[in-house]
Ligand binder design. Structure first.
Ligand SMILES: NC(=O)c1ccc[n+]([C@@H]2O[C@H](COP(=O)([O-])OP(=O)(O)OC[C@H]3O[C@@H](n4cnc5c(N)ncnc54)[C@H](OP(=O)(O)O)[C@@H]3O)[C@@H](O)[C@H]2O)c1
Length: 253
């Protein structure tokens, strides 16, 4: 895709990967609208020159209000990125985990669907556009301390596949960004030394996005072992390795 001349809405760009990609799209020449719940961060990003919109993807009516505000100010919107997500650990031996399950599915899976639904009629009307969904290496290789997270991202993967098939012929392309662990804050790098540097990750992502046609999946080198573990016959061994991290759950120490 041409990343130099886009009008991009990123739901979930007040911090982390979304914010870094917002900056990269803007630096490449695209107009970017940043969305999220934290209005203090939105104010700061507005000072930086971004268009901003408050949005909570768990609130369907709120998503539609945000959509209306964006299309009013940016009728040429052609790209949406469903970045909003939460990552929570859950101990499945404790039924009290269910609150985290609900929040994870509501934000990561239903939130993605709400945002896609809100903008699909506009993009179909334009006859061209790009939807970038965001999953995770964990969609393809579970990380046992985060079961609902894995389920939500596997769900977004499956949904993206169906969305691409259903939108075939409309001019809308569907691209799935599949990040591995990325150190968005210094604490991540301390906790997981294998997490990718955010800037290096974003550079690789933008290089891959530039390809024409836009790849169906954006797979940086660091996620290939997760994405293809089942095909490569390493799945069982890697899940067993990752299961050792269950010791990090508070009830297991
Ligand atoms: N970092 C990683 O290692 C990694 C790996 C694989 C996949 N991912 C995925 O990449 C995405 C970004 O993650 P990140 O690591 O950059 O985390 P982050 O810094 O916590 O960013 C999450 C973003 O989602 C937004 N968000 C959360 N709940 C929301 C809601 N209800 N409504 C609207 N926005 C909401 C947050 O904004 P507000 O709080 O302002 O609403 C924030 O902008 C997530 O989907 C995550 O699952 C991350």
């Amino acid at each position: 895709m041409d990343i130099t001349d886009r009008t991009v809405f990123i739901a979930g760009a007040t911090s982390g990967i979304g914010l870094e990609l917002a900056r990269r799209f803007a630096a490449a020449g695209s107009a970017v609208i940043v969305g999220g719940r934290r209005t203090d961060l939105l104010d700061r990003l507005a000072d930086e020159g971004f268009a901003t919109v408050p949005i909570d993807v768990t609130d369907g009516a709120g998503v539609e209000r945000a959509r209306d505000a964006i299309l009013e100010s940016h009728p040429d919107l052609d790209t949406i990125v469903t970045m909003s997500g939460v990552m929570m650990t859950e101990d499945l031996r404790d039924p009290g985990h269910f609150g985290a399950t609900e929040k994870t599915i509501d934000t990561n899976l239903l939130g993605t669907i709400r945002v896609v639904d809100a903008f699909t009629p506009h993009l179909i009307g334009r006859g061209a556009g790009t939807v970038i969904t965001v999953t995770s290496g964990i969609a393809f290789l579970p990380f046992p301390p985060m079961p609902a997270y894995a389920a939500s991202k596997a769900g977004v993967h499956a949904y993206s596949e169906a969305l691409r098939a259903q939108l075939d012929g409309t001019g809308i392309e569907v691209c799935e960004l599949v990040p591995p662990a990325v150190a968005t804050i210094p604490e991540h790098a301390r906790r997981n030394p294998r997490a990718l540097d955010l800037a290096a990750f974003a550079t690789e992502v933008m290089d891959l996005l530039r390809a024409d046609p836009t790849p169906r999946e954006i797979l940086v080198k660091g996620v290939l072992m997760h994405r293809w573990a089942e095909r490569d016959g390493t799945y069982d061994e890697l899940v067993a390795q990752r299961s050792q991290t269950l010791a990090m759950l508070p009830g297991r120490q």
